[in-house]
Design a protein around this ligand. Structure first.
Ligand code: HSE
Length: 405
């Protein structure tokens, strides 16, 4: 019998506790022995909960209990999750987490401690919720050089965009629906401003390229500026708006990474990823394009990924899983001014069309009687910013987004 502790009894943590009860028999078979949740740590009062006798408030109890071999951290945020994770690893326990903020900010440090202590630090649930994606990149695609990953990494914003596109809902109404369904982070700005997707693309970039890519060096833009006008114009160009995280190997060997709303052609598999689902495209030099699709958030999908990591940590108690990367600094991240893309631009003002043509030359206007919008040719971000600055002297720039092609 293996004993584990679950830190944080919120949506994901309570899902993990439930899952180990519901699937106890099949998990015991796969792990080679039963796995039991011995402790749950949460500062809130759960004296009426069915698992009331498992609750402790002092993390030291777990740290000092040699029976606990795996600690599940589903508290979220950095405090006290950072401290508990470090103490658990230093105490020689494997740690499994869904906490993307912690992995994105401190992954390299924890991976190093785990290596020194010969335990595992596993975080499959930190990207894509219930979708298996980190382990496939690290193991099934191990024979490839990964050169690009992009995808829909945030369920809340994808839900919001889907509802804006399909039901014509305002951004605010769609956000409150997403919150009611329990998809949004405690602070919704992490979702809608792109920070959550940024943490996830940093984890994917770190894993794919072997160097820690820190969120502080990666630009993230969310969906708060996307309007129903943009949704309509994208539709007229046979595209949909999606918030994408993207990372790509730069020609100089550094790593491009960013998050931002994009116009995505309806013919792209990413365009058909709707609601709270995530879809992640991974390109390997041998395999070509692969796509990972599934529920990117929610109690049981995320608990499914966390619990599989627990089973893995139990099965590989004496052997480290090779899922990780080395530490690196800002020098690992490529300057986005060299990144090339096509762009969508919406403008307003007298002679807006001729101003756009003069500034950008080679553009395609989107046919619409209410607005002036166009799509540029492919160019570097530096060139785009220069041309947009020239245009903004004659027209008001209302909206701009990258276009996937
Ligand atoms: N708020 C996150 C999302 C939860 O909507 O994707 C899963 O990481």
């Amino acid at each position: 019998m293996k004993k584990i502790a679950v830190l944080g009894y919120g949506t994901v943590g309570s899902g993990v506790v439930d899952l180990f009860e519901i699937n106890a028999a099949s998990i015991a078979k796969k792990a080679g022995e039963p796995i039991e949740v011995k402790y749950i740590v949460d500062i809130r009062d759960f004296s009426q909960d069915k698992n009331a006798e498992k609750f402790v408030k002092d993390f030291g109890v777990i740290e000092n209990d040699p029976e606990v071999s795996v600690v599940v951290e589903t508290i979220g945020g950095t405090n006290p999750a950072y401290d508990f994770t470090k103490r658990a690893l230093l105490a020689g326990k494997s740690v499994v987490t869904s906490n993307k903020e912690l992995v994105a900010k401190h992954g390299a440090e924890f991976l190093q401690i785990a290596k020194e202590k010969n335990v595992n630090y596993l975080f499959e649930a930190s990207v894509g919720g219930g979708i298996p994606v980190l382990r496939p990149i690290a193991q099934c695609l191990a024979a490839n050089e990964i050169d690009e990953i992009y995808g829909i990494l945030n369920g809340t914003t994808n839900y919001i965009l889907t509802r804006m596109i399909k039901a014509g809902l305002t951004f605010e109404k769609a956000l409150s629906e997403a919150q009611e369904m329990g998809y949004a982070e405690r602070d919704p700005s992490a979702d809608i401003e792109g920070h959550d997707a940024c943490r996830k693309i940093c984890i994917l970039a770190s894993l794919a390229f072997g160097r820690h890519i820190y969120p502080d060096y990666v630009k993230a833009e969310g969906i708060t500026k996307v309007t129903l006008d943009d949704v309509r114009l994208a539709g007229k160009a046979d595209m949909v708006i999606r918030l994408l995280g993207r990372t790509k190997l730069a020609p100089d060997g550094k790593v491009f990474a960013y998050v931002g709303p994009h116009l995505v052609p309806k013919s792209s598999p990413i365009a058909s990823v709707e609601d709270v689902f995530n879809g992640i495209m991974v390109h390997g030099n041998m395999v070509g394009d692969t796509m990972f699709y599934g529920p990117g958030a929610g109690k049981y999908p995320t608990a499914s990924a966390v619990s599989a990591d627990v089973i893995d940590a139990v099965v590989h108690a004496d052997k480290r899983r090779d899922i990780g990367w080395d530490d690196a600094g800002e020098e690992a991240v490529a300057d986005m001014s060299a990144f090339t893309s096509k762009y969508y631009v919406r403008i307003e003002g007298e002679s807006a069309r001729s101003a756009a043509t003069q500034s950008f030359k080679d553009i395609e206007f989107i046919d619409d009687s209410h607005a002036t919008a166009f799509i540029t040719a492919e160019m570097s971000e530096a060139e785009f910013e220069r041309k947009l600055a020239a245009l903004s002297e004659r027209s008001e720039v209302l909206s701009r987004m990258r276009v996937l092609y």
